[in-house]
Design a protein around this ligand. Structure first.
Ligand code: BJW
Length: 230
């Protein structure tokens, strides 16, 4: 059986990484247009670098939680095909032991050169003074993430995997950001059973066949146990 899992910010919340959509409509105190759009970066690169620098240094202090660990366990024991797609830019799935994670919105621990395109590991702060070690350019590096208006990574591969899925599960995502929010409809139209795992109901909940409510650190290990026993 082919299983496709999509994760969002909710799976990392219990590791101490805040989710995106706060009740005040702000994102850690910032308007989304200021920190997660190419225009915002063009207008004020230092503020955007500062925002991602803080998140990067925090990421290095947190650890995977039981939900990440359960998905890694599932990958090791699942007899069929398993595709793990994450919207998250953290590396907690990898640190838990999940192989071949598809990071459709990029990775916080990588930089990208806007001049030569080189992608490089990045565990320290970026600034306008940072140097691209591939082309020697200065003031050319940006976080290797996908902002609004930019094309998410590996969409062709993702769509092919979803079209062949027998079960599609979305964990800890609000279903507000496209194209990921449309994956459940694609999965359904291709005949997959669909499951949502979330703390609360979301605007996508009516599109799922089945809902598991509760914190990911409890629901995901429980679901994985049931899946492997079935
Ligand atoms: C728990 C929990 C616990 C909490 N246990 N659960 C109108 C219609 C359709 C589309 C558009 C439109 N207008 C514009 C668009 C396109 C736009 C879009 O979707 N906009 C919407 C706002 C409407 N999308 C794009 O621009 C995308 N690109 C694109 O479409 O390209 C096509 C194209 C491009 C160019 C030319 C032509 C075509 C790109 C989207 C990029 C998103 N980037 C971000 C930032 C990444 C970098 C970073 O992290 O800084 O990605 S935005 C942010 O949202 C981040 C996330 O991955 C993404 C999704 O958020 P997520 O994961 O769902 O988090 P939350 O906080 O929303 O929800 C958390 C959930 O967890 C909640 O449900 C909680 O209940 C739950 N939860 N604790 C279980 N313990």
């Amino acid at each position: 059986m082919n299983l496709v899992i999509l994760t969002g910010a909710g799976i990392s919340a219990e590791s101490g990484i805040p989710v995106f959509r706060g009740s005040d409509g702000l994102w850690e105190g910032h308007r989304v247009e200021d920190v997660a759009t190419p225009d915002g970066f063009r207008r004020d690169a230092e503020t955007v670098h500062h925002f991602y620098n803080l998140r990067r240094s925090r990421l290095l202090e947190v650890t995977p939680n039981p939900a990440h660990l359960a998905l890694a366990h599932l990958a090791r024991h699942w007899p069929g095909r398993l595709t793990l797609i994450t919207q998250n830019i953290d590396d907690l799935h990898e640190r838990a032991g999940s192989p071949d994670v598809i990071h459709m919105h990029g990775e916080l621990l990588k930089s990208r050169c806007t001049h030569c395109g080189a992608v490089a590991p990045c565990t320290t702060d970026l600034s306008r003074a940072s140097l691209c070690h591939a082309c020697g350019g200065i003031d050319v590096l940006r976080p290797h993430v996908v902002w609004f208006g930019e094309m998410p990574f590996q969409l062709g591969l993702i769509e092919r995997e979803i079209q062949q899925a027998h079960l599609f599960a979305a964990i800890g995502t609000s279903g507000r950001v496209y194209p990921a929010a449309g994956f459940v409809s694609l999965a359904r139209s291709c005949g997959a059973r669909t499951l949502e795992i979330n703390l609360d109901s979301t605007r996508s909940s009516p599109d799922f066949d089945e809902i598991l409510s509760g914190p990911a650190s409890e629901t995901v290990p429980h679901w994985v146990r049931e899946l492997l026993d079935s």
